[in-house]
Design a protein around this ligand. Structure first.
Ligand SMILES: [Zn+2]
Ligand SMILES: [Zn+2]
Length: 398
C-alpha cells in the first residue's frame, strides 16, 4: 500500500523553504500582506484559483475531478510581538516580531497539501477549500473570513486545522472528540473608594484590602460554585493601584482571564463574577465595576468526524495517532467548527535533536521541520477522506 506520506517528500522540502521565507519576515494580525502574497504566488504557481478575503486572508479552491463533499483546511498566518532568540539561521529579521506559535509552518504545510491535492486532482473526490487566515493571535481573523463567505462558496461539509504541539513527538498527530481547548474571556475590574492619609484609615475607604478580598473571593467561582468535573480557570493577571506607601489608594484596577470549556458555565460566569465583585466592594464600603470582553469560544471537535478520521488515518497513513489532553488555550478556529463539523488536530513537533522542545509563545520556540511532511500527510488525508465521504461529521460532541 502506498501511504500518503510516501508521496510528500519533495513537497515537504518545498514547504520547508516556504516556511523559512515566511519565518524571516513575521507579520502581526491583519498585517500579513507579505505572507498573503507568498500564498498567492504559490497558488498561482500551482494553478489553484484563489481570492482575497477579510483584508489579508486568502481562500484557495482545489476542485477534484470526481464528485464528492467539500473539505475545509485552515491555516493561520500571523506572528507574535516578541524578539526571537531561537538561534535558527533563518530567524526573524523584523525586530519585535517572531513566528513563535508555528503559524509559518501551518501556512507552509497547507500550501504543501494544496500541491499534493492539485497534482492528483484527477483522483480527488469533491473539493478542498484552503483557508489561509489572518490574525489568529488577535483580534481574530476567523469570524471576518466566515462573515465574508469563506465557508459558503462552496459550502464546507467538514473543516480541520493543524496546530504544532511540542507535547507530541514528530511523526504523531493527536485529537480528541469534544472540547479540546477553552473559551478565553477577558475581564477588567475597577474598585473605587476614598483616598486619604495612610495614618488615618478611618477617614478614607481603602481599595487595597478590598482588592485583596476580591481576588480571593473570585476563586470561589472555581472552588465552590462550579461542578468540579467541569473545567474553569479564573486568573487575575494584573493589579494596579496606589500612589505611595503612606497614601490610601482610592482606586484599584485589575484584569484577568476566564477560561471555560462548557457553554453553560461560560454563560453564567459574568453574573457570578459581578455578584462577587460588587458585593465584596459593598462590604468594604467601596464600589466596583466589572467589564467582560468576550473572546474566542472553545473548540468542540465533532465526535463522528474524529472517529471516522482516526480510522481513515490508520488505513491511509503510518502516522501515530494519539489522544492528547485538552488545554485551556484558545483558538479562533472555534468559529469554523461552530458552522461545520470541525477538528482541531495537534501536530507533533517534539524533537530533542532539532531543539524543538520549547512551548509556543516562547522566544526560544523552534519547529522540527521533519514534522512538516507528516502534517502535510494529515491535511491531505482529511481532504481526501472528507471528499470521498469516508470521513464525515455530524454527531454532536459528547
Ligand atoms: Zn499562539
Ligand atoms: Zn497558534
Amino acid at each position: 500500500m502506498t501511504t500518503i506520506e510516501a508521496i510528500v517528500p519533495d513537497v515537504a522540502e518545498r514547504a520547508i523553504a516556504i516556511r523559512r521565507e515566511i519565518h524571516r519576515f513575521p507579520e502581526l494580525g491583519f498585517e500579513e500582506e507579505r505572507t498573503a502574497s507568498i500564498v498567492e504566488r504559490e497558488l498561482d504557481d500551482l494553478g489553484i484559483e484563489h481570492r482575497r478575503i477579510a483584508k489579508t486572508g486568502v481562500v484557495g479552491i482545489v476542485r477534484g475531478a470526481l464528485p464528492g463533499k467539500v473539505a475545509g483546511l485552515r491555516a493561520d498566518m500571523d506572528a507574535l510581538p516578541l524578539d526571537e532568540r531561537s538561534g535558527e539561521s533563518f530567524s526573524s529579521e523584523v525586530p519585535g516580531k517572531m513566528h513563535a506559535c508555528g503559524h509559518d509552518a501551518h501556512t507552509a504545510m497547507l500550501l504543501g497539501a494544496a500541491r499534493v491535492l492539485q497534482a492528483d486532482r484527477a483522483n480527488l473526490h469533491g473539493t478542498t477549500v484552503l483557508l489561509f487566515q489572518p490574525a489568529e493571535e488577535g483580534p481574530g481573523g476567523a469570524l471576518p473570513m466566515i462573515e465574508a463567505g469563506a465557508m459558503d462558496d462552496p459550502k464546507i461539509d467538514a473543516v480541520a486545522m493543524l496546530h504544532v504541539d511540542v507535547r507530541l513527538a514528530t511523526g504523531e498527530v493527536g485529537f480528541i472528540a469534544g472540547a479540546c481547548n477553552a473559551a478565553a474571556d477577558e475581564f477588567h475590574i475597577t474598585i473605587t473608594g476614598v483616598g486619604g492619609h495612610g495614618a488615618s484609615p478611618h477617614t478614607a475607604v481603602d481599595t487595597i484590602p478590598c482588592a485583596a478580598a476580591t481576588v480571593l473571593a473570585l476563586q470561589n467561582i472555581a472552588a465552590r460554585e462550579t461542578d468540579p468535573l467541569k473545567t474553569i480557570v479564573v486568573t487575575i493577571g494584573t493589579i494596579e493601584g496606589g500612589y505611595r506607601n503612606n497614601i490610601i489608594a482610592d482606586r484599584v484596577h485589575m484584569s484577568g482571564t476566564f477560561r471555560t470549556q462548557d457553554a453553560q458555565i461560560r454563560a453564567e460566569i459574568e453574573g457570578r463574577a459581578r455578584r462577587i465583585v460588587e458585593n465584596v466592594a459593598a462590604a468594604y464600603g467601596a464600589s466596583a465595576t466589572l467589564e467582560v470582553i468576550w473572546g474566542y469560544p472553545a473548540v468542540i471537535n465533532d465526535a463522528q468526524l474524529a472517529s471516522t478520521f482516526r480510522s481513515y488515518l490508520a488505513t491511509e497513513t503510518t502516522l501515530r495517532v494519539t489522544s492528547p489532553a485538552p488545554t485551556m488555550g484558545a483558538e479562533d478556529f472555534a468559529y469554523f467548527a461552530e458552522r461545520a463539523p470541525g477538528l482541531l488536530i495537534r501536530h507533533g513537533i517534539r524533537s530533542e535533536a532539532a531543539g524543538s522542545v520549547h512551548p509556543g509563545h516562547s522566544a526560544l520556540f523552534r519547529v522540527d521541520e521533519d514534522a512538516l511532511a507528516y502534517g502535510i500527510a494529515a491535511l491531505v488525508a482529511f481532504a481526501r477522506g472528507v471528499g470521498a465521504g469516508v470521513v464525515s461529521g455530524g454527531l454532536a460532541a459528547p
